[in-house]
Design a protein around this ligand. Structure first.
Ligand code: ADP
Ligand code: MG
Length: 414
């Protein structure tokens, strides 16, 4: 993609905006852009420099993203609403064309990295609550104050506030110093169980490469609040001017988007619920796949009904695409047998939630997963939910620990 119309190749030390910003290292990339850590010589601070691909359609998308980011700056002047802040924007000419660049406040790792770092075992519920509060504050501001739908909410697009000083610590991830990493392999058939041999080999390799060992758990500050911000407004839209029919990343896509029955703010609330579930369990709530005789969309609708119950007929047959999936009775045409497992049982049986943790979490999640979008609570209503202010989930910590022990068989964990 580093060709005419594509990404701009950056080298460490490259100057931008007449020398104001100096590139330091690459932070990440998306389909449309690369994002670099840069030093802002005006403010003497580190910033994230998002450099868009240069072709016309990418430039148009960046113009739109800048508009959204500007309206966030205006709508949240105190920068307290958990939305990424744009500091500046400019054009940069390079061999591949002219690139629109956004200067954003520098943030830390994404929640996706956090989930991976925790070996897909899920976070303690207290941490999930802290993250949920931040995301809801962001959604409330976006929806109610600005009239904007994010349309691509997912763990990858929620970044932790950075706890590192890039000058002192140029490569370390922001997670290492603050979070306890569980020992052993992950559960639920995702990454495999780490054997002792593998572990020793890894240690030897790390030592030979001079890599530091991960910090010991007791050194980790475990009580820290996890604060985060919502990023990536490349697909965001004003609710009164939705421009794309298909929005959202597959696994976080709301039923009304699949059925093409019209969407608005509640579509973000659906993605939010899927994200909260993933944070708490380490697994995606819905991971649909096409199969023999059915499409990914049909599998997705089936998975939703298996976990949340039958979709009301009126909703099932009410979308522009309904006929592709449902018969006139509101039953899926090509997936006839559903394996119903209510969310509560799923949390207890598969994820070892205690009965009370599961009941409380379901009480929070289920209303957000109503098939009728207009019945889902708003971000503002959700912020009032008692689950967000519950304390402590020791019980679940113990459950996770015992599950690890079971998963590890006779392996001893220190
Ligand atoms: P795209 O629209 O191309 O998907 P994103 O805005 O999602 O671009 O950014 C791509 C990646 O760059 C993110 O997943 C993240 O890793 C990193 N990133 C983006 N914004 C920031 C930021 N403000 N601070 C630190 N890293 C960032
Ligand atoms: Mg992105």
């Amino acid at each position: 993609s580093y060709r005419k119309g594509g990404y701009h190749a950056v080298r460490v030390g490259d100057p931008f905006a007449a020398g104001r910003y100096i590139a330091q290292r690459k932070l990440g990339w998306g389909n449309f852009s690369t994002v670099w850590l840069a030093y802002d010589t005006h403010s003497s601070k580190y910033v994230a420099l998002k450099i868009q691909k240069s072709a016309e359609q990418f430039a148009e998308a960046a113009v739109h993203e800048i508009e959204v980011l500007l309206s966030i700056v205006n709508g949240d002047p105190s920068n307290s609403k958990c939305l990424v802040r744009m500091i500046d924007h400019f054009k940069h000419n390079g061999p591949n064309g002219q690139h629109l660049c956004m200067v954003l406040e520098f943030l830390g790792d994404s929640l996706l990295r956090l989930i991976r770092f925790r070996r897909y075992q899920g976070l303690e519920l207290d941490k999930v609550r802290e993250i949920c509060k931040c995301v809801l504050i962001a959604l409330d501001c976006l929806h109610r104050e600005l009239g904007i739908i994010h349309t691509d909410l997912k763990p990858e697009n929620i970044l932790l506030l950075s706890t590192i000083n890039p000058a002192k610590d140029p490569i370390r991830s922001s997670l290492i110093p603050i979070l306890k990493r569980p020992e052993g392999g992950a559960l639920n058939g995702r990454p495999t169980v780490t054997t002792v041999e593998k572990k020793l080999k890894r240690r030897a390799r790390r030592a030979s490469m001079g890599e530091a060992e991960a910090p010991k758990p007791e050194k980790c500050m475990d009580g820290i609040d996890l604060r985060c911000k919502v990023v990536d407004f490349g697909n965001a839209c004003w609710a009164d001017k939705p421009f794309a029919e298909e929005i959202q990343t597959r696994q976080y896509r709301a039923p009304e988007v699949i059925l093409v029955s019209g969407y608005s703010f509640p579509a973000d609330m659906w993605s939010f619920a899927c994200t909260a579930f993933e944070l708490a369990t380490g697994d995606m709530m819905f991971a649909p796949q096409s199969g023999k005789g059915f499409s990914e969309d049909e599998d997705h609708l089936a998975l939703m009904m298996e976990l949340l119950g039958r979709m009301p007929k009126k909703i099932a047959i009410g979308g522009a695409r309904s006929k592709d999936y449902f018969d006139r009775h509101g039953d899926l045409k090509r997936i006839r047998r559903l394996k119903l497992t209510p969310l509560h049982r799923h949390l207890v049986d598969k994820y070892n939630f205690s009965e009370s943790d599961a009941r409380e979490f379901v009480g929070f999640l289920c209303p957000l997963l109503d098939f009728a979008p207009e019945k889902r609570p708003t971000a503002q209503q959700c912020l009032q939910h008692p689950w967000l202010n519950l304390k402590n989930s020791n019980q679940r910590e113990m459950n996770v620990q015992s599950k690890v022990n079971i998963g590890m068989g006779s392996l001893k964990i220190n």
